[in-house]
Design a protein around this ligand. Structure first.
Ligand SMILES: O=C(O)CCC(=O)C(=O)O
Length: 264
């Protein structure tokens, strides 16, 4: 399986419409890939909180249309990153969209862990509640978004649902880049699964982005890592390595299920 992670540079001087066209063209250039991955909130920038409400789209809005077409024109699976979605009830969500090579919607994931503590996304957006997996070229893929990377229980839940590969879109800040790399490797090692984590480049609302999109194999080895700027990171993966790693080092079988949280 060949995967291309498009680490988009989000520049506030570029309009959302023009970025959408530019990203669709970048997706179309990846016609030798099986899977293309985009970052979190690349239409607005992940830290451009003030523009979320105005830029929010219905699920099947302009980004959905453009990305469904880019996927079908190119014949690739496309994790189109996330959009600020406005639900019909008015709630905003940070929503990831995955399209099949025929351009059909294959998965929708609303980010569960919202970032910002008592401000930003955490107060402006609603929280998703559903773990999401999909079958993609004989592999079960679990979806996660940015801050979710800090919550190992989410990834364990995805493993319990069959995940062999995690695809994560992010807008991770440069300031905590060391956590990004460490956590991507940790999620791969502890779950014996591939991690494909696609971030952004540039500075969003004054927050410099880490870039450094990364692909980690089920043994925790970094297969490919981007630099800080806009870049397409392409890597060839062997999805059967998940089963062999889990057979040869069967640590997941030693989980103690049903451990209770101690009472205080
Ligand atoms: O956890 C972090 O350090 C970054 C998370 C983040 O930027 C986000 O989820 O948007």
């Amino acid at each position: 399986m060949r995967a291309s992670l498009i680490q988009i540079g989000v520049d506030e001087d570029e309009s959302v419409d023009s970025r959408r066209r530019r990203v669709a063209a970048l997706v179309r250039d990846q016609d030798d890939a099986d899977l293309v991955v985009l970052p979190e909130l690349w239409t607005t920038g992940a830290f451009a909180f003030e523009s979320f409400a105005e830029a929010a789209e219905p699920l099947e809005g302009a980004t959905y249309e453009a990305m469904a077409k880019a996927a079908s024109d190119t014949g690739v699976w496309l994790h189109a990153g996330s959009i600020p979605e406005r639900d019909p009830d008015g709630t905003l969500y940070n929503t990831s969209l995955v399209f099949s090579p025929s351009g059909d919607l294959a998965a929708v994931y609303r980010k569960i862990h919202r970032f910002g503590f008592d401000k930003g996304e955490a107060v402006l957006m609603g929280a998703g509640s559903d773990l999401v997996t999909l079958r993609l070229s004989e592999t079960t893929v679990g979806i996660a978004t940015c801050y979710d990377l800090r919550f190992p229980e989410l990834f364990r839940g995805l493993v319990d649902a069959g995940a062999e590969m995690f695809v994560l879109s992010a807008g991770w800040p440069e300031r905590r880049r060391s956590h990004w790399t460490l956590l991507a490797q940790a999620r791969a090692v502890e779950n014996q699964a591939y991690v494909l984590a696609c971030g952004t480049a540039g500075t969003h609302a004054g927050v410099p982005q880490a870039g450094h999109s990364i692909v980690v194999d089920p043994w925790g080895e970094v297969l490919a890592e981007a630099g800080p700027d806009e870049e397409v990171l392409t890597v060839d993966l062997d999805p059967t390595r998940v089963a062999t790693t889990r057979e040869q080092f069967p640590a997941l079988k030693d989980r103690l299920l049903g451990l209770e949280t101690p009472r205080r």
